[in-house]
Design a binder for this molecule. Sequence first.
Ligand SMILES: Cc1cc2nc3c(=O)[nH]c(=O)nc-3n(C[C@H](O)[C@H](O)[C@H](O)COP(=O)(O)O)c2cc1C
Length: 196
Amino acid sequence: MNSILILFAHPKFEQSRTNKALVRRIESVEGLTFHDLYERYPDFHIDISYEKELLAGHDIVIWHHPMYWYSCPPLLKQWIDLVLEYGWAYGPKGTALKAKKCLNVITTGGTRALYCAEGRNHYSVNEFLRPFEQTARLCGMEYLPPFAVMGTHELTDAELERETCKYEKTIRLLQQGGSSSDLKACDLLNDVPDLN
Ligand SMILES: Cc1cc2nc3c(=O)[nH]c(=O)nc-3n(C[C@H](O)[C@H](O)[C@H](O)COP(=O)(O)O)c2cc1C
């Protein structure tokens, strides 16, 4: 079974609705390490050795965060800047993350219909996440499509419940090692037939 590390970043988790529901659903799944970066590092002083140890001990790395200004909250960017060091994560001798899998789990205020060439946001979430995709690639990791809960402001309680259920199924599928080509055939993991 693949071990999963969730690096969670939400600056206002106490006011969250969507991520609170998602996190509540998956944080105690066996074989999964849930790591809340804002809780652990409210002062932004990241323990780099500890983070490297955590990474080394897991097969799949998930960057889970709300989309903020088409990107991630600042502490996750800080984490990427400080932890993914040259000579460790990338560069000629930087092979620590090689062959691990990596993906983003995001929530967006905008609906899926707004994230396309004709929509107000012009680009898909996959396109906005390119810097994460390429960061993972540079570190030799295999980047999988994101799992995205979109249109958060309009979600009914029942719809949110369905999304949280799908998130748990996604986690379990990743643990079991779902075929990468099946997973990569979809723009979002939400669309994987096994989950629907
Ligand atoms: C500072 C800030 C920036 C945001 N930027 C975006 C954005 O670029 N695109 C988007 O769709 N939603 C954006 N949102 C909306 C959040 O993504 C949305 O409120 C969040 O995903 C809902 O999850 P939560 O209930 O767990 O907070 C932004 C919200 C905040 C506070």
